[in-house]
Write a protein that binds this ligand. Structure first.
Ligand code: ASP
Length: 313
């Protein structure tokens, strides 16, 4: 059955224990944000916008919401600084743009998009990426834009425990107090074009200069009109070693699986090979939405074939 003419959209807000989402009010706050971002994306796609535009806008909106670990809500590294990673990919021609280790940028996903469209490169890092942002006229925001009391407390907790952790990690059985999550947005437009975007502050108390999976094409993000669009969240090192997003696409093209089966098989492989911690959202060529994760939960939502909006953990 051909689903040409319909659009699909999925977003995620991070994977982990999410034990903090115990009370109704917090749960509603997350789910409302996911729903509202999906509604914005729906409008773009209904007005004729491309999958790429929808993915970029949804990712930007999630970066602007401090409850998520991306943009203004980014977690802090070992030095109490924000270093963000992001990537975007266009499934029409496999063009892609990525940035890693950027600071003082409100919307790293928009910088990644500029790397894709305005430079001859795929990835820019650190100071070079920042200079490119200046060159493109992108405003730098002060450090205070990112340093919330919650983020500082979260880093202190990680430091005391001498550990690095996922934003949504459970630090102790019943004292989980992590409140945010990495973000991703993937879309299929009515023309059948696929696009994917992932953006993150990384993991709490990470080493300075650490780059995760989110900006690595094939690890934390992937889109190809011939197979699927995928965005990942969880321990970046696990996704980098398994190149999980591309592995899922390969299961479709090389093993003849549909996107849902490939997503399940990908996460099964991720768990079996390296006890990987995290999850993915996938939209297939036909617009079917799938998700799978090894963590207790993953905040995500979707609109499949232009139908109703769903949001869940
Ligand atoms: N994957 C991200 C990273 O490792 C973190 C996350 O998804 O929460 O940088």
């Amino acid at each position: 059955m051909s689903q040409t003419g319909t659009y699909s959209l999925m977003v995620h807000g991070g994977a982990g224990a999410l034990d903090n989402v115990k009370d109704e009010k917090t749960a509603v706050r997350y789910l409302e944000s996911i729903r509202s971002v999906l509604e914005h994306g729906r409008e773009i796609l209904e007005l004729g916008g491309s999958a790429l535009q929808a993915a970029e806008t949804c990712a930007s909106l999630l970066e602007d919401d401090p409850v998520f670990n991306a943009g203004c809500g980014s977690v802090l590294n070992e030095n109490g600084k924000v270093e963000m990673d992001a990537a975007i990919m266009d499934g029409r021609d496999l063009s892609a743009g990525a940035v890693a280790g950027v600071e003082n940028i409100a919307n790293p996903i928009q910088l990644a998009r500029l790397v894709m469209s305005e430079s001859e490169h795929v990835m820019l890092i650190g100071e070079g990426a920042m200079r490119f942002a200046d060159h493109c006229g992108m405003e730098r925001v002060p450090e205070s834009y990112f340093l919330t009391p919650d983020r500082i407390a979260q880093l202190e907790e990680a430091r005391l425990k001498h550990k690095i952790m996922l934003d949504h990690d459970s630090t102790e059985e019943d004292t989980e107090d992590q409140k945010y999550g990495t973000i991703g947005a993937i879309a299929r437009d009515p023309q059948g074009n696929l696009a994917a975007a992932t953006s993150t502050g990384g993991i709490v108390n990470k080493r300075m200069g650490r780059v995760g999976d989110s900006p690595i094409i094939g690890a934390g993000v992937y889109a190809d009109n011939e197979t699927c669009a995928v965005s990942a969240t969880g321990y970046g090192e696990d996704f980098m070693r398994s190149v999980l997003c591309k592995t899922i696409a390969d299961f479709i093209s090389m093993k003849g699986m549909d996107a849902e089966a490939a997503t399940k098989a990908g996460i099964e492989y991720f768990h079996r090979k390296l006890k990987g911690r995290g999850g993915v959202i996938t939209i297939g060529q036909d617009g079917k939405c799938s998700s799978a994760f090894t963590t207790k939960k993953m905040i995500h939502g979707w609109i499949e074939h232009g139908a109703e909006t769903h949001a869940r953990f």
